[in-house]
Design a protein around this ligand. Structure first.
Ligand SMILES: N[C@@H](CCC[C@H](N)C(=O)O)C(=O)O
Length: 294
């Protein structure tokens, strides 16, 4: 029987980005790719990202997070999911413990300090953007210009060329377009996600600048497909927009699921993301879910 059988989970969302939160603190179990896919396949626990809490690793942190996409692959960052985890650690009657309000979470990509703005609104310090080609990562060296633009295109859309590339603990490519609604994400997204220029694949964004402090964004997520919101993509977009002179260092990023406020702080180069979280329901994994999943 899987260690996850009968285990409690929370189904949440961050602006419609579907998040399942699982608390494995106190356990040595590491969710396998097959277990993550099985959890994603069930309608009660369906997710774009599965956020798994483990015991803290580095001194001064409150939990270590493993983040899984729908396809079972792991990511170093998920902004919307991090806000959901913070809510669970502070407000869920079972997951919350008497911790201080200023949480510090850790992922394989680094530290994520979180502060609570109101009951359901949190700010995540997503850290500094990664702008060199080997940190994003890209296949080939690119000079660090005002906005790194990578050479990728698909024949069906000759206008979609040279997206900005930014790492936010995960790889992002941003196309600057006149109308973000004009693209069929399911047709175009996977082609760019798997472009060999991105050795670890990439999250693909279509960004429409409304004004220097407002961008409309649609995102095809690596390993999860079209989602209603992607926090790290919103951060990457603001950074790339500011470097290109299209936006200021603070902007509202409007996604299909709602708005995120993003600030690229001048004093320490960190990117701050503020937005809502919502609890949908709690549940328990039925043992049959993991039949055949190692
Ligand atoms: N939705 C997330 C990003 C999730 C990770 C991504 N799909 C990846 O594999 O890089 C967010 O809110 O940041």
């Amino acid at each position: 029987m899987s260690a996850l059988s009968n285990h409690r989970f929370l189904k949440m969302n961050g602006l419609g980005n579907e998040i399942t939160v699982l608390d494995l603190r106190g356990s040595l179990h590491v969710v396998s790719s097959a277990e993550a896919r099985a959890i994603a396949a069930d309608s009660r626990s369906r997710f774009d990202q599965l956020m798994v809490l483990h015991d803290p690793v580095s001194p001064g942190t409150d939990a270590y997070l493993r983040i899984y996409n729908t396809d079972g692959t792991e990511s170093g960052a998920c902004g919307n999911g991090t806000r959901c985890v913070a809510w669970a650690m502070l407000a869920d009657p079972i997951m919350s413990r008497p911790v201080h309000e200023g949480l510090v979470l850790e992922t394989k990509a680094g530290l994520l300090p979180v502060t609570r703005v109101s009951d359901t609104v949190f700010t995540v310090d997503m850290g500094p953007p990664r702008l060199s080609w080997n940190e994003i990562p890209l296949r080939d060296p690119y000079p660090d210009t005002r906005a790194i633009a990578v050479d990728t295109h698909i024949p069906e859309h000759p206008e979609l060329q040279s997206p900005s590339a930014v790492g936010m603990g995960n790889p992002h490519a941003i196309f600057w377009v006149e109308n973000a609604q004009a693209y069929d994400l399911t047709a175009v997204g996977p082609k760019f996600e798997h472009d060999p220029v991105f050795p670890e694949r990439a999250n693909i964004s279509f960004a429409e600048v409304v004004s220097p402090d407002h961008v409309v964004l649609r995102v095809w997520e690596r390993g999860a497909g079209a989602t209603r919101a992607c926090g790290s993509a919103a951060c990457a977009t603001l950074v790339a927009g500011a470097r290109k002179g299209l936006t200021g260092r603070k902007a509202k990023i409007s996604l299909p699921g709602g708005d995120l406020l993003i600030e690229w702080r001048e004093s320490d180069d960190h990117v701050l993301m503020t937005g809502e979280t919502q609890l949908e329901h709690e549940g328990f994994f039925v043992p049959a879910l993991f039949a055949g999943a190692a």
